[in-house]
Design a protein. Structure first.
Length: 199
């Protein structure tokens, strides 16, 4: 006797060679992956989450792999490992897409005048869609710096013009304050120049 996948009362179940119904188990067939839940029913038109990753099983029960998925007015993508793509930039069929923390996709060329977070790093695209690189950005009296890779400086030192500066946990340049960094106390003047406080 071999494994059998059988429809019973409108649901699909998987029985192994001993006739035992399989639960919480993946089943591979013809290069496609299927999942049978706690009650033994095959997942169809359903999401499955495990270890922080999200998967989707379509109307035929097959896991989405290298496929787009549209719902709630948004478009998502499941990669070659079947995992919902989130918080990254990915090139698909020659086009760059930005995926936010929920997996919602946007063409990178359409990202304008906004901050985006990718893999825990913050980037900025101006009103024309150009990414800030090796540039300062000033807003609401705060100064930020985006490095050569485009990532915002956060909890980082910056050296220029013969001086040293520091960008804090929110990315803003420290000014008119004292701050202990790695056990050393510094004073930052009105321009953000750092001075070691000697006691």
């Amino acid at each position: 006797m071999t494994d059998q996948v059988t429809d019973i009362d409108g649901a699909t179940y998987w029985f192994n060679a001993d006739g035992v119904m399989q639960t919480n188990a993946f089943y591979s067939n013809d290069g496609k992956l299927y999942y049978f839940g706690e009650d033994g029913k095959e997942y169809k038109d359903q999401f499955y989450s495990n270890w922080g990753n999200t998967y989707y099983f379509g109307a035929d029960g097959a896991r989405y792999t290298d496929q787009w998925y549209s719902n709630w007015g948004n478009t998502y993508y499941f990669g070659d490992d079947g995992i919902l793509v989130k918080s990254t930039v990915k090139t698909i069929d020659g086009t760059d897409y930005l995926f936010n923390s929920e997996g919602v996709s946007t063409k990178l060329s359409d990202v304008k005048d906004q901050f985006v977070t990718v893999d825990g790093k913050v980037y900025y695209f101006d009103a024309e869609g150009h990414e800030y690189k090796d540039q300062f950005y000033v807003n609401w009296g705060n100064t930020y710096y985006f490095g050569e890779d485009g990532a915002r400086y956060t909890n980082q030192w910056y050296s220029n013009w013969g001086h040293v500066y520091y960008f804090g946990s929110d990315g803003a340049l420290l000014k008119n304050t004292t701050r202990t960094i790695n056990g050393t106390e510094y004073y930052f003047d009105n321009d953000g120049v750092a001075y070691n406080v000697i006691k």
